[in-house]
Ligand binder design. Structure first.
Ligand code: PMP
Length: 364
């Protein structure tokens, strides 16, 4: 039976990419060695990282006045690097629509005890278990603030910001970890975008940061070099040894996405997959999706529950036996969650729905 991996990350990768990596594993393009063994200063790796950046620029239509960085430390390190580099002694607003956004805010509050800036909770939907994207009055934002941080896709709760809010002219910094390259955004609408790679880009260990150059002016001279965007940018993401193999796989994934028609084609396919699943859930009296505002539903992560915790448990057990892997909801919320990123096939969604219908018939 085919295994379908519904993991929220590390997540399913395109089979064609894994096959190409397998083909090139022992001898990368006549270098006589694997990519893992190449020097990060070699001409071969130079070609890989430059091609990766170029393709990402093309896929996301990244304007020339944005730096593209390949960093480490996951999206979580960005929760600290952002205030360290960009808060600049001013106010920084946090729109918290999910657990990851809350972590970003919490990290900022912690840092504000040692560096000079003022993190402000702009709005949060935590009191309703993050079941929708919180809204706010743009007039409450001080025009002089350094940034407004938000999460475009709340991986755990299954909500998405599709249309960016009005932030009174203050640059938006977005954690795009779980829907980068899956939904089309206009990069010029952001001051910065960042994403851990392990959902739509490649293996864990690479973090992409896309930063508007003017935000990098006037940096802190005592900031640790590894944490300094300017130093990373000035060194072309090669200040130290970067995660070379992860960047190589990212490059293959970018090429693969381009070969299928780019982000718009990915988004159309993701909408088709998500609509199938949401329509099935909406037409069922057995399953439900906890998101309260339909327009906020994520096309990347689809959480759902049965009528009881016991049935959720049974569903998860039987799903696993059916080779539907990692469909259990995040430990903080329970239930189920189908993560259906770019590389997740339509057939997997169709088979899940058939299984859900069968499970319902046997248990209602
Ligand atoms: N932000 C979001 C939206 C995420 O989904 C995740 C990981 N699931 C993170 C941040 C944390 O990423 P990392 O593990 O790369 O630090």
């Amino acid at each position: 039976m085919t295994v379908y991996n519904f993991s929220a990350g590390p997540a399913v990768l395109p089979k064609a990419v894994l096959e190409q990596a397998q083909k090139e594993m022992l001898n990368y393009r006549d270098s006589g060695m694997s990519v893992m063994e190449l020097s990060h200063r070699s001409s071969e790796f130079d070609e890989i990282i430059k091609a990766a950046e170029l393709r990402l620029r093309e896929l996301m239509a990244i304007p020339d006045n944005y730096k593209v960085l390949f960093l480490q430390g996951g999206a979580s390190l960005q929760f600290s690097m952002i205030p360290l580099n960009l808060a600049k002694g001013k106010k920084a607003y946090y729109l918290v629509g999910g657990s990851w956004g809350k972590k970003a805010y919490t990290e900022a509050v912690k840092l504000s005890k040692t560096i000079d800036f003022e993190p402000i909770l702009l709005a949060s939907s935590e009191d309703t278990t993050f079941n929708h994207i919180p809204t706010f009055d743009p007039a409450t934002i001080d025009k002089d603030a350094s940034y407004v941080h938000l999460t475009t896709n709340n991986t755990i709760e299954g909500t998405t910001i599709y249309d960016l809010p009005d932030t009174n002219g203050v640059p938006i910094i977005a954690d795009m970890s779980s829907n980068i390259l899956a939904v089309r955004y206009n990069v010029a609408d952001f001051g910065m975008i960042y994403a851990g790679a392990q959902k739509n880009i490649g293996p864990a260990g690479v973090t992409i940061a896309i930063i508007r150059e003017d935000l990098l002016e006037g940096n802190d001279p005592v900031l640790s070099s590894m944490l300094d965007y300017n130093i990373q940018a000035d060194n072309g993401s090669l200040y130290n040894t970067p995660p070379t193999y992860g960047i190589y796989i990212a490059r293959l994934v970018f090429d693969y996405v381009a070969s299928l028609g780019g982000v718009d084609a990915m988004e159309a396919k993701n909408v088709e997959k998500a609509n199938l699943l949401y329509n099935f859930i909406d037409n069922s009296e057995f399953y439900s999706n906890p998101v309260s505002v339909t327009a906020d539903r994520s096309i990347s992560n689809v959480p759902f529950v049965t009528p009881s915790d016991d049935l959720d448990k049974l569903f998860n057990k039987e799903a696993l036996e059916h080779d539907f892997k990692n469909i259990k909801g995040h430990r903080s919320v329970g239930g189920m969650r189908a993560s259906i990123y770019n590389a997740f096939p339509l057939e997997g969604v169709q088979e899940l729905i058939a299984f859900m219908a069968d499970f319902e018939a046997r248990n209602k």
